[in-house]
Design a protein around this ligand. Structure first.
Ligand code: SF4
Length: 337
């Protein structure tokens, strides 16, 4: 598999299986109305498996299943079983909001899924309701218990920290993760899409997150085995476990970004903050061979030059500043993070 124009290989594929979600998190789906991908335009599980197989043959080692909320798509364990059996895949994970996890954890585990990332931005039920606009914290905690019972390991907690919303949860979430032996990942609020009213003032940066934690716990930076991993890892020096910070706004990591995304309607997207994707579904449904599809994917990756978060930081530090609305960007709901 060729590298892109910045010498980055394609190793990590995020597969969105739906643009639908049972939550309306304010930093991802703040709008009331959405026009969904029509069912006939969604890739079938067979089509997803075929494309995923081609990406793995081209060098992809890690696959993450995302959405929208992937657990709202029926019989997801069927797809997981197929992905888990792909020769050459080294890591298969899923990102979920956890609301449907209690009823699906066992089937997903039996299908070969080993690890899960669970989105959890607060432990306060009222605040949870305000952030998700539809969800119940108790459902998510039941889902987490089921995942722990089924032996998913690791279970990582993803927490998006937004100023004025949940920066006061930084320490309570850490205490919760330490008590449960979970790996917490704090995520800086990003301007993915154009709907979430992102402003730099709302970003609680990595330095501030670390300072807040250091006031409460002894910390030390952990060895970074995989430089392409978006999270910078730390340990609680008192043996309380580990956590990470995904600082794409204040400390962008585009230079090591080996991630591509496949949308639920079959578009290859080269960057989380891209304006558009490249349609693979029409080729696939027009009868393209595996070889033709692999040549198209390799060709698209070879042209890739995306480094949006680095460009955003330069703009933020420039006299003219950065205007997020000036850049048309695909919404998180179709990219799945
Ligand atoms: S902004 Fe784009 S290129 Fe940079 S790390 Fe994110 S996905 Fe990768």
């Amino acid at each position: 598999m060729p590298n892109d124009t910045l010498g980055r290989p394609l190793k990590d594929l995020r597969i969105s299986v739906t643009d639908r979600c049972n939550f309306r998190c304010t930093y991802c789906m703040p709008l009331n109305e959405y026009s969904w991908i029509e069912r006939g335009e969604l890739l079938t599980y067979e089509e997803i498996l075929r494309l995923a197989g081609l990406f793995v043959r081209l060098g992809v080692e890690k696959i993450r299943v995302t959405g929208g909320e992937p657990l709202v798509r029926r019989k997801l364990d069927v797809l997981i079983r197929g992905l888990a059996s792909l020769e050459g895949i080294q890591d298969l994970s899923l990102t979920t909001n956890g609301a449907l996890l209690a009823e699906q954890a066992e089937a997903l585990r039996a299908a070969g899924l080993k690890r899960i990332n669970l989105s959890l931005d607060t432990l306060d039920a009222a605040k949870f309701r305000r952030i998700t606009q539809r969800g119940e914290l108790s459902e998510v905690l039941k889902g987490l218990e089921a995942a722990e019972r089924c032996g998913f390991d690791p279970i990582k907690i993803n927490a998006v920290i937004e100023r004025g919303v949940n920066e006061d949860e930084i320490v309570p979430l850490a205490e919760f993760a330490r008590a449960h032996g979970l790996t917490l990942r704090y995520i800086e609020f990003m301007d993915v899409g154009n709907a979430n009213q992102w402003r730099m003032e709302k970003v609680v940066g990595k330095k501030e997150i670390l300072a807040t934690l250091a006031a409460r716990f002894p910390l030390r930076e952990a060895h970074r085995a995989d430089t392409s991993s978006p999270a910078v890892n730390y340990e609680f020096a008192d043996g309380g476990g580990a956590f990470g910070v995904i600082a794409s706004v204040t400390e962008p990591f585009c230079r090591d970004c080996d991630r591509a995304r496949l949308t639920a309607d079959g578009k290859l997207v080269a960057c989380l903050v891209a304006q558009q994707g490249h349609d693979l579904k029409s080729l696939l449904r027009a009868g393209a061979s595996d070889r033709e599809l692999m040549e198209v994917i390799a060709g698209l990756w070879r042209q890739r030059a995306d480094r949006y978060s680095e460009e955003r930081l330069v703009a933020l530090q420039s006299p003219s500043g950065y205007e997020p609305q000036r850049h048309a960007k695909m919404e998180m709901i179709v990219l799945g993070g």
